[in-house]
Design a protein around this ligand. Structure first.
Ligand code: C5P
Length: 242
C-alpha cells in the first residue's frame, strides 16, 4: 500500500475532513492525534473510516493493562486501523493491548488493528531520560523497548528516522516501523521543529514501513501534489508502484 500516513495536525474536524477529501487516493492513511481527538471525539474517526480511509489513532495509551485493553477495544469500535501504546507501560500492558485489539476486532468481524508501541519520545534526551531513572544510553533504551514490544506480540513501533535501521535489524523484516521526521527532497526543505530528519526515500531504505508526514503535506499550497510527490519518492525507493 501507499506508505504515507498524513498527520491531521489541524484544529477542527471540518479542516481535517477537507484535507481528507483533497488527499483521498493519494495517501495510505490519516493520523488523528490527541489534540484533534480531544476536540472532535471518536465521531471524526468514524467519519473518516466511513469514507474508506485508514486511520492511525495516535493516542499513546499508557495505563494499567485493564484500562489500556478497554481503550483499545473502544478504538477498534471507531474503526481505527492502527493504534499505539507506550512500550514503557511494560509487557503485561502491551500483551493486554494486543489481545484486546484482536478480540474486539473478531467480535465485530473486522481485521485486527495494528497495535504499535512508542519507545522513547523524540523530545527526550539523555539527561531527561536519566531524570526519570533510565541511565542506559538512549539508543540502547529504544532498542530494548522495541524488542520488548515485538516479544509482547506488538505489530511494530513508532521510531525516529535515525533509529529505524537499528530497530529493523533487531526486530526483523515483518515488524512495522512507522517513521515521522520526514523532510528533504520531495518533502521540502523546511525542517520546522524536527531535528533528526530523513528524506522519504532514505527513510524507506533504512527500513521504514510507513512514513508519518504532517506539515510538508498539510501546509503545502497543493497538499495532493505534495503527497503524490512524497509517495512517489518512497515507492521508488521500495522498488514498487504498488
Ligand atoms: O509536521 P510533521 O511532518 O513534523 O509532523 C510529524 C507528525 O509525527 C506529528 O504529528 C508529530 O507529533 C508526530 N511525531 C513526530 N515525532 C515522533 C513521534 C510523532 O514528529 N517521534
Amino acid at each position: 500500500m501507499n506508505p504515507v500516513i498524513v498527520a491531521l495536525d489541524v484544529d477542527s474536524g471540518a479542516r481535517a475532513l477537507q484535507l481528507a477529501d483533497a488527499l483521498h487516493g493519494s495517501v495510505g492513511a490519516f493520523k488523528v492525534g490527541s489534540r484533534l481527538f480531544t476536540s472532535e471525539g471518536p465521531d471524526l474517526v468514524t467519519r473518516l473510516v466511513d469514507r474508506g480511509e485508514r486511520v492511525f489513532l495516535d493516542l499513546k495509551f499508557h495505563d494499567i493493562p485493564n484500562t489500556v485493553a478497554q481503550a483499545v477495544e473502544a478504538a477498534v469500535a471507531t474503526g481505527a486501523w492502527m493504534v499505539n501504546v507506550h512500550a514503557s507501560g511494560g509487557v503485561p500492558m502491551m500483551q493486554a493491548a494486543v489481545r484486546a485489539g484482536r478480540d474486539a476486532a473478531a467480535k465485530l468481524g473486522r481485521p485486527s488493528p495494528l497495535v504499535i508501541a512508542v519507545t522513547v519520545l523524540t523530545s527526550m534526551d539523555a539527561p531527561t531520560l536519566a531524570s526519570v531513572g533510565v541511565t542506559r544510553a538512549l539508543d540502547a533504551q529504544v532498542e530494548t523497548l522495541a524488542t520488548m514490544a515485538r516479544d509482547a506480540g506488538m505489530d511494530g513501533v513508532v521510531a525516529s528516522p535515525l533509529e529505524t535501521a537499528a530497530i529493523r535489524a533487531a526486530c526483523g523484516p515483518g515488524f512495522v516501523i512507522v517513521t515521522p521526521g520526514i523532510r528533504g527532497a520531495s518533502a521540502g526543505v523546511s525542517k520546522d521543529d524536527q531535528h533528526r530528519t530523513m528524506t522519504p526515500a532514505d527513510a524507506v531504505k533504512a527500513g521504514a514501513s510507513y512514513l508519518v508526514v504532517g506539515r510538508p503535506i498539510i501546509g503545502a499550497p497543493d497538499p495532493k501534489a505534495a503527497a503524490d510527490a512524497i509517495a512517489a519518492d518512497a515507492l521508488a525507493a521500495l522498488g514498487t508502484n504498488a
